[in-house]
Design a protein around this ligand. Structure first.
Ligand code: ZN
Length: 540
């Protein structure tokens, strides 16, 4: 019995090693809702950080407010090396803690009563991880502007906000609001999220008091430090007057005033498709940084060099990608899909990236028409690799394939074709943002919403595009005036209808894994499968 059991264990180890990833206990501590996280509900972060660019170090405090859901005494807080927690205090009483890698387990002394609102204060310091390749390999970017002044920014998606401040580093739980105070040496300005309430001077330093009055995901919190210049405008939107604030290096002010004319154009297009900007109370900011960009909530960071395209390139190869500044449009699209509707687990990151990659097309659709949008989205297929599924592994902080961008956008574009009703499609995109307003969600919630609103069972559709790496292949042949066709490379039950053009006439066919036939009046001289559907075809 024992031997048999051992054999099974060995087999399962080999299978998991043979698969693409293996995971550690640290991955589970980081990526799952551990018992030490589950018993308390985050309500408020009160974060103060003093950043010293000269020594590339920082110190700070975070007061974490929470509601007790289940009475427990062990709490997990995350902070990544080489930063260290110095003390944890609750009700003026220092608490003991043990460290396991990047997770700290704090033993609470005060009885934790169900429903009670509590807080604890964490003091920390050190030299934070420097970003190796921001924003993908994040941390602190310690750069300089052309005058040699510090030009500093944080980025931490995936890596986690605990790379620069102590928090509950899992996406499922967000505070209802947050205070961020950045202390930096003069003459630098510290820009975080939300609204600037006040600035305080103390000796050589200034403290910038920011307040976010909405729920915020932890990787959305950011600190940007430079000798910024600032200008503003207001946008008249669906919920009234929205402040647009721009923080740029003085040397780029004129370029910014030209390039950032796309911001109100973006806001108009996205409010049309997705509904009101989700953070009117916190304003919208575009903040120049020394890396490409990131969707920091109400504080989109920008480093695209004041040019259209993705660092000047068109990701679609069609020309349409040069009609807009990729970073302004893409990162701001995330205000709806990432900051308003947020994944609970990074395995479901397609919820952020597929909708946002598709938003690039919708921006074109609004300003340049549906044909331009379709050409752009179809053009981005050149970047699809079909290397592995779009959904990653749950509970270990693991994202799926980078195909979540172009393939995910093409999946949504295909879904739009199935609806044959752009107003319904728009109402679904707006409905998602209303239904899941300021929430963290799972793939299943998004799938069932789209199935319900479209009146179609989309489960095999999503299984195909999100959970398998295969692209449906439509195999067809003509037998006289009979079209014979079937799908290959599909998951069980995949039966997506497809639009075809026979002598320019529109027809729908209903392929499955079995050969089917459709009788035409005569064999058409021209026959084409609608290229808006993301499938491949093989004509026999
Ligand atoms: Zn993105």
């Amino acid at each position: 019995m024992r031997k048999y059991f051992g054999f099974l264990v060995l087999l399962s180890v080999m299978t998991s090693v043979g698969a693409q990833d293996s995971f550690t206990r640290q991955d589970s501590l980081r990526g799952s809702i551990t018992p030490e996280r589950a018993w308390w509900d985050l309500t408020y972060y009160d974060l103060s950080v003093h950043v010293m660019p000269e020594s590339r170090s920082l110190f700070g405090t975070n007061t974490i407010h929470y509601t007790v859901l289940e009475p427990q005494t062990r709490m997990q807080i995350d902070l990544q090396t080489p930063l260290e927690i110095e003390s944890v205090v609750q009700d003026e009483r220092p608490l003991e803690f043990v460290r396991e890698g990047n997770a700290y387990f704090i033993t609470l002394v005060k009885p934790q009563v169900r429903g009670a609102h509590e807080a604890l204060n964490i003091r920390y310091s050190g030299i934070p991880l420097e970003a190796a390749n921001a924003p993908w390999d994040g941390g602190f970017s310690w750069k300089q502007d052309s005058k040699g002044q510090p030009f500093v920014a944080t980025s931490c998606q995936g890596l986690g906000a605990s790379v620069w401040w102590p928090n509950k580093d899992h996406m499922y739980d967000e505070p209802d609001s947050m205070a961020i105070r950045l202390t930096v040496p003069k003459p630098l300005t510290g820009v975080a999220n939300g609204r600037l309430l006040k600035t305080e001077e103390a000796g050589e330093n200034r403290t910038f008091h920011w307040f976010v009055s909405n729920p915020i995901n932890n990787y959305g919190v950011n600190a940007n430090i430079a000798e910024y210049t600032q200008y503003s405008e207001t946008f008249s939107g669906e919920k009234g007057s929205l402040d647009l604030d721009y923080y740029v290096l003085p040397e780029n002010l004129e370029k910014a005033k030209e390039q950032f004319k796309q911001v109100p154009m973006m806001m108009e297009a996205f409010e049309h498709w997705f509904g009101p900007y989700p953070f009117y109370e916190d304003s919208f900011k575009l903040v120049e940084v020394p890396y490409l960009g990131m969707e920091h909530q109400s504080s989109i960071t920008y480093g695209n060099g004041y040019q259209n395209g993705y660092l000047g390139r068109d990701l679609s190869g069609t020309g349409w990608g040069l009609k807009f500044d990729f970073i302004i449009i893409h990162e701001a699209g995330h205000e709806w899909f990432a900051n308003n509707i947020t994944y609970r687990d990074i395995a479901d990151m397609w919820i952020h990236e597929s909708f946002t990659a598709y938003s690039e097309g919708l921006y074109l659709d609004y300003h340049f028409g549906t044909e331009a949008a379709s050409a752009y989205v179809i053009g981005t297929r050149a970047n699809i690799r079909n290397d592995k599924p779009i959904i990653g592994t749950y509970d270990v902080n693991s994202r799926g394939s980078g195909d979540m961008y172009p393939k995910g956008a093409n999946m949504l574009h295909t879904l739009r074709q199935l609806l044959e009703d752009d107003e319904l499609w728009r109402s679904m995109l707006r409905g998602l943002n209303e239904t899941f307003y300021h929430q963290t969600v799972t793939t299943e919630q998004i799938e069932s919403y789209l199935s319900e609103k479209s009146g179609k069972d989309l489960s095999a559709f999503f299984d195909q595009y999100l959970r398998s790496k295969w692209v449906p292949n439509l195999e067809y042949r003509w037998n006289g005036n009979i079209l014979e066709y079937r799908y290959q490379d599909i998951v069980t039950g995949f039966d997506m209808p497809v639009r075809v053009f026979a002598d320019q006439e529109v027809h729908w066919i209903y392929p499955t894994s079995a050969w089917k036939q459709t009788l035409f009046k005569k064999k058409p001289e021209s026959f084409e499968v609608d290229s808006n559907f993301y499938i491949t075809t093989t004509a026999q």
